[in-house]
Ligand binder design. Structure first.
Ligand code: TA6
Length: 298
């Protein structure tokens, strides 16, 4: 499989490898930066544009085994978000992040960008995932319902992006000030807009509703701002597990919580997507990084 992939996609800067548990991954190394993606779950596990520190966070305790979710990077949540509403025994965030995908294409694009395209099926849906590793990280999750499908179908999706921060207690997240949210740490209560940037000083698990806006993760200690732009997504989730929840996750180090925050590009709950036979939907996230000078106003 490895040789076939390396022969099929002879692109400078793109190599395929296999970890000790047999998981296939693609490594990208170009003048624009580096990246990595695991075939299982079409899971982006790292992205580092040249001149910056790694942008995505990955737990030191993550599993990298067949059928187990990777903790960090960009898990793809599909066809539901969180626990399954009908059957609690089903995997949280659905099956897409743990099932086998297929590499279908790899392209060199302008600006030293490499684009990978992967596909999988989750009956009755066809899923394709395009990711561009370059000066920006662009991810497009396209869900199609074939013309011969028997009926209209609905699904939730999320690009559950984990960002690396110096200290989550000192960051701020701009862009969601005017947006109401479901507070999953407080009995899933609907709460009105805070009208101020988000700061994190306890367990935070919020689903922001009906928002199409960019978010900016302002990390003064890393002297950078990360912009999360999106298309085809009406929900944004902000999550940090803080102390106690981190201890309850075996694949999350007890002392890792200060180094990460999730800003997730999603369609959840009332914003779930409905497709008629023959229709498709794309959820897109574009991540970019800019250096923060000390006196820069965002
Ligand atoms: O996106 C936030 C969230 O839904 C949290 O409630 C937490 O469960 C997180 O996802 C991680 O979920 P996972 O199934 O990957 O442990």
């Amino acid at each position: 499989m490895l040789n076939e992939l390396n022969q099929r996609f002879p692109i400078p800067g793109l190599t395929f490898g296999q970890n000790r548990n047999g998981l296939i991954f693609a490594t990208i190394h170009t003048p624009a930066g580096t990246g990595e993606l695991f075939l299982q779950g079409a899971h982006v596990t790292s992205w580092c544009p040249v001149g910056h520190e790694p942008v995505l966070w990955l737990s030191q305790m993550s599993n990298f085994e067949k059928g187990k979710p990777i903790r960090g990077g960009v898990p793809i949540c599909f066809p539901w978000f969180g626990p399954n509403a009908q059957d609690a025994t089903l995997p949280a965030h659905g099956f897409a992040r743990t099932q086998e995908w297929q590499f279908v294409d790899a392209q060199q694009k302008e600006g030293d960008t490499i684009e990978l395209q992967l596909e999988t099926t989750f009956d009755p849906f066809l899923l394709s995932f395009r990711v561009e590793f370059g000066a920006e990280l662009k991810m497009i999750l396209k869900t199609q319902l074939p013309q011969n499908a028997k009926s209209t179908q609905t699904f939730e999706d999320a690009l559950h992006t984990y960002f690396s921060v110096r200290d989550v207690r000192t960051i701020s997240i701009l862009g969601l000030e005017p947006t109401s949210f479901i507070d999953k740490v407080d009995r899933a209560q609907l709460k009105s807009a805070s009208n101020s940037p988000i700061s994190i000083n306890s367990e935070t698990d919020r689903v922001y509703l009906d928002t199409l806006t960019d978010c900016i993760l302002n990390d003064a200690q890393k002297k950078r701002a990360i912009r999360v732009s999106k298309l085809g997504s009406a929900s944004t989730v902000v999550w940090n597990p803080w102390i106690e929840k981190s201890k309850r996750m075996a694949d999350f180090g007890d002392d890792e919580w200060p180094g990460m925050v999730c800003i997730e590009t999603a369609n959840i709950g009332d914003s779930r997507i409905q497709l008629a036979p023959g229709e498709s939907h794309s959820t897109t996230a574009v991540i970019s990084v800019e250096a923060l000078s000390s006196n820069r106003n965002l």
